[in-house]
Design a protein around this ligand. Structure first.
Ligand SMILES: *[C@@H]1O[C@H](CO)[C@@H](O)[C@H](O)[C@H]1NC(C)=O
Length: 192
């Protein structure tokens, strides 16, 4: 099985992403937009990203939104997230909701619960898919991700993009679960 590679720049960090079984896109940019947007409708802190997605319309962007190390404990995010996420939405953009998975020690039910929370956000600000962070890479923890991904797909369907971030190359089983896998996490100079 061969995989094409995407070099994804994220601010000063880079991520090498290997495509999983589902994806057929070329290069793109992943942005871990873990910062607060500022007040809507200006959304000043997200301004450079909002400008970038409108400027580079041929470039796929995968933008990870992360209200509170996940979707937060409330059913919907605060009104600034509700007002600013729509400004990121373009034909070249997939918005991904951040979900921590704690390298296999987080319960799959908690992961699926976060996925369900994002799924039920209002359509104007609902993500297009999900970003699983702190993903394990070994065979011991693979069943956690098989379970969590099955439960997530049962809610989200089979076509929503799911990106895993183990930060290293995982064992083969992970590649059939995620659309994208971040296999390198360091600065660009180290990657070179
Ligand atoms: C995940 O594991 C739980 C507990 O073992 C089980 O009840 C559930 O059916 C599993 N879900 C999937 C989608 O495999």
């Amino acid at each position: 099985m061969t995989f094409s590679k995407n070099l994804l720049k994220a601010f000063t960090a880079v991520s090498l992403v290997v495509q999983g079984a589902f994806a057929l896109v070329s290069s793109g940019v992943t942005v871990p937009l873990y910062i607060y947007p500022g007040d809507a409708p200006a959304c000043a802190q997200w301004g450079p990203v909002i400008t970038a997605v409108q400027t580079y319309t041929d470039l796929p962007f995968y933008i990870v939104v992360n209200p509170n190390s996940g979707p937060g404990s409330t059913a919907t995010p605060d009104t600034n997230y509700q007002g600013c996420i729509p400004l990121l939405r373009h034909s070249n953009v997939k918005i991904l909701g951040y979900i921590p998975t704690t390298f296999g020690s987080r319960a799959p039910s908690a992961i699926v619960s976060d996925a369900n929370t994002y799924f039920n956000w209002g359509s104007a600000y609902k993500p297009d898919g999900l970003f699983f962070d702190e993903v394990a890479s070994d065979s011991t923890n693979l069943p956690v991700y098989q379970n969590a991904t099955s439960g997530t797909r049962a809610i989200w369907g089979t076509t929503a993009p799911i990106m895993f971030n183990p930060g290293v190359t995982p064992v083969a089983g992970y590649f059939s679960l995620a659309n994208f896998i971040v296999t390198f996490e360091n600065t660009y100079s180290v990657w070179q």
